[in-house]
Design a protein around this ligand. Structure first.
Ligand SMILES: [Fe+2]
Length: 287
């Protein structure tokens, strides 16, 4: 427990992450916010139990961390009429299932996301957790030969590439809003990303990455899979079991994340605000 800050910081038993108590996110003065920002850079994932943020509070909070790429996206299996989306052919179910693969947000866009504020509104009795993995600790623990091998490698990132595994196609109109799916030329991103604010290197991999130029397709698939598998091992992972009212804030520049499965006959309603990356450091040119 750190006492010099205007809130309590309880580190999570992993290479990253802390539970923050003793503050109200909806009513945070400037000095407390500055301390929170520093804490966020240090721990990369902050968990705030029992904040019960309104949608408006959430957007206001997320804006303090930067411009928003997505103000508020509802990730939910509840339809407007109250019925549940349980069918694998449902466009939103395809997105929800896609989110169950390890990834960083918006790496398929020209500018990848900086981070996110994510809140739980309705949670299932079992499952539906969110997990994060520390890509900076993974880079740090890589053996020297692998570090050398990947030093100058890049990979393409595409949402179309990752979602076609779930039957999403460009041929039909999706009920899903189509963000990042159509008309995107895949950006090419180095496998090692330097964090613009901490200077720490991390692995830039995950489900949107494919096709490392200069090596065979199967070799590229295997390398990318091996790097994700290596990253997502204890003590570099943390899985949060949600209680309605929880909020989290994560740094998308050094963590991957994924949703865990749940019985889609149970409702799960989450809200995601995506903080835009800095074009100086998060931009990747289309090849
Ligand atoms: Fe995501």
């Amino acid at each position: 427990m750190t006492s010099a800050k205007p809130f309590n910081v309880e580190p999570i038993d992993a290479t990253f992450g802390a539970v923050i108590t003793g503050l109200k996110l909806a009513d945070l003065g400037e000095p407390a916010f500055a301390a929170l920002y520093e804490t966020w850079l240090e721990y990369a994932l902050l968990v705030f139990p029992a904040q019960n943020l309104s949608n408006e509070d959430q957007i206001t909070l997320a804006r303090r961390f930067g411009d928003l790429e997505l103000e508020l996206a509802e990730l939910s299996n509840v339809k407007k009429d109250g019925g549940l989306r349980t069918d694998d052919d449902d466009d939103m179910v395809k997105i929800l299932k896609g989110n169950m693969g390890w990834h960083c947000d918006s790496t398929y866009m020209p500018v990848q996301a900086k981070g996110a504020v994510f809140t739980a509104h309705v949670v299932p009795a079992h499952g539906g957790e969110t997990a994060w993995a520390d890509t900076r600790a993974a880079y740090q623990e890589l053996d020297a030969a692998t570090r050398e091998r990947i030093a100058n490698m890049s990979a393409y990132h595409s949402l179309y590439h990752s979602q076609k595994k779930f039957g999403e196609t460009k041929e039909k109109d999706s009920e899903y809003f189509g963000y990042g799916f159509f008309g995107q030329e895949p950006p090419l991103r180095p496998l090692v990303k330097i964090h613009p604010e901490t200077g720490r290197p991390s692995l830039a991999v995950g489900r949107h990455a494919y096709g490392i130029p200069g090596i065979a397709e199967d070799e590229s698939e295997k390398l990318l899979r091996d790097l994700v598998d290596f990253t997502c091992q204890s003590p570099r992972v943390y899985q949060h079991n949600w209680t309605a009212g929880d909020a989290v804030l994560w740094d998308n520049r050094c963590l991957m994340h994924r949703a865990c499965t749940w019985d889609m006959n149970e409702p799960r309603v989450m809200f995601h605000s995506r903080i835009a990356g800095d074009p100086e450091s998060e931009f990747a040119a289309h090849a």
